[in-house]
Design a protein around this ligand. Structure first.
Ligand SMILES: [Fe+2]
Ligand SMILES: [Fe+2]
Length: 141
């Protein structure tokens, strides 16, 4: 059964793939944006909000939520900037670097600890909820 860490890692993989593609295949940008929005909303709801009060990872979780906020600004800026302008690519590169760094930090600073110290049953329940809601929201327009 897929626990919340598996579910988030799987989505990180999908996001990394799109991040590498959407810089030059701009028709993929909308898909990247949607995946990041759905990922962040539900990562907060089914994961980060549950560990904000843990001494060992609370600060890292709060930092991750603030970074989501920064990424949403960058996505909006890219969405509204002419895609064929050469500065679009410069802006995109910053989004790509920042987001890669964000994904890596979550995996290294939070996911490992959570898997080691939180009850298996809770992780599985959250994983099931995350997968269900992600699927529904990705299918909706
Ligand atoms: Fe995140
Ligand atoms: Fe994440």
């Amino acid at each position: 059964m897929m626990d919340i860490v598996d579910a988030l890692l799987k989505h990180h993989g999908e996001i990394r793939f799109l991040l590498q593609k959407a810089g030059h295949e701009k028709q993929r940008f909308g898909g990247l944006r949607k995946n990041l929005e759905v990922h962040h909303r539900n990562e907060e709801l089914y994961f980060l909000n549950h560990i904000l009060d843990k001494e060992e990872v609370g600060d890292a979780a709060a930092e991750a939520e603030e970074e989501h906020y920064v990424i949403s600004f960058m996505l909006a800026a890219l969405e509204n900037f002419p895609h064929d302008h050469k500065r679009w690519a410069v802006k995109y590169e910053i989004l790509e670097e920042f987001t890669e760094h964000h994904l890596k930090e979550e995996e290294e600073d939070i996911f490992r600890w959570v898997r080691k110290y939180l009850p298996r049953k809770d992780l599985e329940e959250l994983g099931r909820d995350y997968e269900m809601v992600k699927k529904r929201q990705m299918e909706a327009l």
